[in-house]
Design a protein around this ligand. Structure first.
Ligand code: M6R
Length: 610
């Protein structure tokens, strides 16, 4: 998604801005640009379609130099990816602006500005904001006041960075809905969409709140609210370290991250398991008292994180008497829900910045739930800061857009949460001891699934020429099948859908022929006999089956059944283990198809717009 980096310094800032943009590349984008105020106090803008490397190349051919500047990586929302639509956007070489978010009322503002004589060069909603600031400057006495007045007219979400030759020693920024962080240096200050962008120049940050307006100079940072009242926001020293961008022996980050899973699961468990108890590992106040009052868990997330939530529902309801509902954030946030007592509201997110999940959390807080808890991989993220309680995944930085190790560590945390809820409420079923025993086995079992790598690579050849695939599972393996289908879709661009296997005969069976590969996950669980019958229904209609099956369930290789035999694993951790072969399958299919595995088309790592 769009990334912002801005700097005001006593040294040239272009290289700082470019390095910041490189560090935001993992978020996904389609064009990039930079604008600085040069020695003649003129805006110098350079933009390029494609990668930051293309922007760098342009800057090498035509260097820009300035001590204040803004820069941007764009993930297109309004208007195609092109140089013309790339940020920064200008208003008559007098205002330069970068924007992350979506301005919902941009069409009406655009019409009004055109009628006042403004000329638009791009199709973006952002250019509207540039002209609006220019227009308000006619009546306001400073750039800061003009930004404040202009944003009053905006509906939607935004993080903005603004510079103007009128005030060459000032950088103005504001946010509402989209994240923006101020970085504090010595004689220089910065803005960025996340701390990664600014780590080479500082580790001291101020996390802006919705409605904050900031005036940055080289020696000062002043923050105001919408009423103009000066605010004192805390300065945080970040412990975040730079993304480990070393690919090592791997060709893609996705594959590196798949192989890191035994270690990231081990790291997520580190210090959290007793002999047969789970140690209190949730951050926040009154954790035990809160867990004892929980009557219901409501889980909200998006994409892969949503699939983790779906698996947790099976776990929670089979191991405790606490009911659980799971919903995607983009639906939940706009749906009326009756208030209930004792709801623990859980959000799950790798990035902690997903706009829909953040909005859902806001809504839950206004609905007065018992407490909010976030399971997240980024300690200083917005979701963590906004939640009462947090439980960290310790996956390490995930760079590939397709989530892998974040998912399996989320599942580990969810199982810890289920165990902690059982433990806090007097666990009469021995649930906690069972969870602890099985989680301790997990890292080694994950290593052994990764050994299937070569076998799965061969299997992938059957998929590369196909246009569609079905994924089947039953019980807590159904969301595993959903996750497998999502992985195949996002990186190989093959259309894939997941079904609970028992549902096939109610419609999807009509799709089955030898052009439709059918993937199923078949651990040795209580539902295995049911699943076997469903698979027979497919086979007898000419379907080609690809099974990841426990060696004890007795499904053997036949003409139209390809079986990858899996070790016998405990039922409670089977969803975590059976995820791995599906990740490997998608990866190898994508490699065969020659797609951009780590940065699949149209997608972004951190989805900061609605
Ligand atoms: O950072 P989050 O976990 O909140 O992100 C949610 C989804 O955007 C994310 O899981 C997405 O579905 C992944 N690309 C899936 O691989």
């Amino acid at each position: 998604m769009c990334g912002i980096v801005g700097a005001i310094a006593q040294r040239p800032v272009v290289e700082i801005l470019l390095e910041g943009l490189r560090r935001l590349e993992y978020r996904g984008y389609d064009s990039a640009g930079v604008a600085v105020l040069d020695a003649n106090n003129t805006i110098q803008r350079t933009r390029a379609l494609g990668r930051v490397a293309a922007l760098e190349e342009k800057l090498q051919q035509q260097p820009a130099r300035g001590m204040v500047g803004i820069s941007h990586t764009r993930w297109a929302t309004h208007g195609e990816p092109s140089e013309r639509n790339a940020h920064p956007h200008l208003s008559s070489n007098h205002i330069a602006i970068v924007h992350n978010g979506i301005i919902e009322n941009y069409e009406e503002l655009r019409e009004a500005l055109i009628s006042k004589g403004y000329h638009f060069e791009s199709e973006t909603d952002t250019e509207v904001v540039a002209h609006l600031i220019e227009e308000t400057l006619k009546t306001e006495s400073s750039l800061f006041d003009a930004v404040k007045a202009a944003t009053k007219q905006l509906r939607g979400a935004y993080a903005l960075g603004v510079i103007s030759p009128d005030e060459p020693d000032t950088l103005i920024a504001t946010r509402k809905g989209s994240p923006l962080i101020v970085g504090l240096g010595l004689g220089e200050n910065f803005i960025g969409s996340d701390v990664q962008a600014m780590l080479p120049v500082t580790n001291r940050f101020i996390y802006l709140e919705n409605g904050d307006f900031v005036k940055l100079s080289r020696h000062s940072v002043e923050i105001f609210d919408t009423e103009g009242k000066k605010l004192d926001r805390p300065i945080k020293e970040s412990k975040a370290c730079s993304l480990d961008s070393d690919l090592g022996e791997f060709r893609h980050y996705m594959m590196k991250e798949i192989h890191e899973q035994p270690q990231s699961v081990q790291n997520t468990l580190e210090g959290r398991l007793g002999r047969d108890t789970i140690k209190q590992c949730i951050e926040g106040e009154n954790v035990l008292e809160t867990l004892q009052q929980v009557k219901e868990v409501q889980i909200i997330a998006c994409g892969t994180s949503y699939h983790a939530g779906l698996i947790a529902r099976y776990w929670l309801e089979s191991m405790t008497d606490i009911s659980c509902s799971v919903e995607v954030a983009s639906e939940y946030r706009y749906r009326r829900q009756p208030q209930r007592d004792g709801v623990l509201f859980v959000t799950i997110s790798q990035s902690g910045e997903t706009a829909d999940t953040l909005a859902a959390l806001e809504k839950a807080k206004s609905n007065k739930c018992l407490a909010t808890l976030t399971i997240c991989n980024v300690a200083e993220s917005s979701l963590i800061r906004e939640s009462d309680l947090s439980l960290m995944t310790v996956a390490g930085a995930e760079i590939g857009v397709a989530s892998t190790k974040a998912f399996t560590t989320q599942l580990v945390c969810l199982q810890l949460l289920v165990g902690l809820l059982a433990q806090a409420n007097g666990d009469s079923l021995g649930v906690v001891a069972n969870i602890v025993t099985n989680l301790k086995k997990l890292p080694v079992l994950l290593e052994s699934v990764l050994d299937k790598d070569a076998e799965i690579e061969i299997l992938a050849e059957h998929f590369a020429e196909k246009n569609h695939a079905l994924f089947l599972g039953r019980g807590d393996q159904y969301p595993v099948a959903m996750e497998g289908a999502l992985k195949l879709k996002e990186i190989s661009y093959i259309h894939a859908e997941a079904y609970p296997a028992g549902e096939l005969k109610h419609g999807p069976l009509a799709l089955v022929d030898n052009e439709m590969p059918i993937v199923a996950v078949a651990p040795n669980t209580t539902l295995i006999e049911k699943l076997k019958s469903n698979l027979e229904e497919v086979r007898s209609r000419g379907g080609e089956l690809y099974l990841f099956a426990d060696k004890k369930v007795g499904i053997s290789q036949k003409d139209n059944i390809h079986v990858v035999e899996m070790e016998d694993v405990p039922e409670t951790i089977a969803p975590i283990i059976y995820t791995i072969p599906l990740q490997l399958l998608s990866y190898y299919v994508a490699v065969l198809k020659g797609t951009d595995v780590d940065k699949p088309r149209n997608l972004a790592k951190s989805v900061t717009v609605e």
